[in-house]
Design a protein around this ligand. Structure first.
Ligand SMILES: NC(=O)c1ccc[n+]([C@@H]2O[C@H](COP(=O)([O-])OP(=O)(O)OC[C@H]3O[C@@H](n4cnc5c(N)ncnc54)[C@H](O)[C@@H]3O)[C@@H](O)[C@H]2O)c1
Length: 253
């Protein structure tokens, strides 16, 4: 029986792939057989990350810049002639409740976390459609979209927008068998979580507390999220679209 987790012959692009969850996703897709374009705004870390796996290549892409999206997709068209998987992962999560968050912070978060997904989906869809074989778009949202925290006002709103946009894209693209799903991680141990824990003044104690508060006894690892993304990228999820895949160790139950 064919290994349906295999991504042999598929081409993927992952944003924010130089570190953290994006890096793990890009490596997981490459290890499963895809040609993966790692993209980020980290000209040193990024190429190193892409070189660590077979089938990886790196391209600088600031996800907020439309012309850079257009150039990236054009380059993939020229080099591979197809695009099967788009993972919109890049994001930021500056802390701040509604009164602490000024308009500049609000706009920065919406631009990097939401406008990027809008640009990515609309720029990639024509090439994804071209093969006639369908495709998969996976957008990184968060449990904050479902259960917002007071101190993450702009971030929670941005991730809720990603959740809704995902479903709209799913309905639009379904006729071409292009699926679009959102992934909602709980706290995952990356620099993003470390920065958040550091705000408490005792990062180590904050992480211990987060581990203890989770029903499964720990915060997430990037691989926990990458495994979910691999399912959504593969043909095993061929009849799954518009799903909110919550991967959080049970923390929202
Ligand atoms: N870590 C968590 O606990 C957690 C929980 C829920 C959701 N998420 C989401 O998962 C995704 C990845 O988070 P992470 O924890 O790996 O974060 P991270 O900060 O470790 O990595 C984010 C990556 O995005 C890149 N990036 C930032 N701005 C960019 C831009 N304008 N253009 C291109 N790349 C840019 C960074 O360079 C970095 O490589 C984010 O969308 C985040 O909101 C993370």
């Amino acid at each position: 029986m064919a290994n349906e987790f295999s991504l042999d012959g598929k081409v993927a692009v992952v944003t924010g792939a130089a570190r953290g969850i994006g890096l793990e996703i890009a490596c997981r897709l490459a290890q499963s057989g895809a040609q993966v374009v790692f993209t980020d705004v980290e000209p040193e870390l990024g190429p190193e990350a892409a070189a660590s796996v077979q089938g990886g290549s790196y391209r600088n892409l600031d996800v907020t810049v439309q012309s850079q999206w257009e150039d990236t997709i054009q380059e993939i068209r020229d080099q591979h002639g197809r695009l099967d998987i788009l993972v919109n992962n890049a994001g930021i999560s500056p802390a701040g409740n509604i009164e602490q968050s000024d308009l500049a912070l609000w706009r920065r978060v919406q631009t990097i976390n939401v406008e990027s997904v809008f640009l990515g989906c609309r720029t990639a869809l024509p090439l994804m459609r071209q093969s006639g074989e369908g495709g998969s778009i996976i957008n990184l949202s968060s449990i904050q979209a479902l259960r917002p925290a007071a101190e993450l006002a702009a971030y929670s709103a941005s991730k809720a927008a990603v959740r809704a946009l995902t479903k709209s894209v799913a309905l639009h693209a379904a006729r071409d068998r292009i699926r679009c799903n959102s992934v909602h991680p709980g706290g995952v141990h990356t620099r993003m979580l470390d920065d958040f824990a550091a705000l408490t003044g005792d990062a180590e104690a904050a992480l211990l507390k987060l581990n203890a508060a989770n029903p499964l006894g720990r915060v997430g690892l990037p691989l926990d999220i990458a495994n979910g993304v691999l399912y959504l990228a593969s043909d095993l999820s061929a009849w799954v679209t518009g799903l909110e895949l919550v991967i959080d160790g049970g923390s929202t139950l």
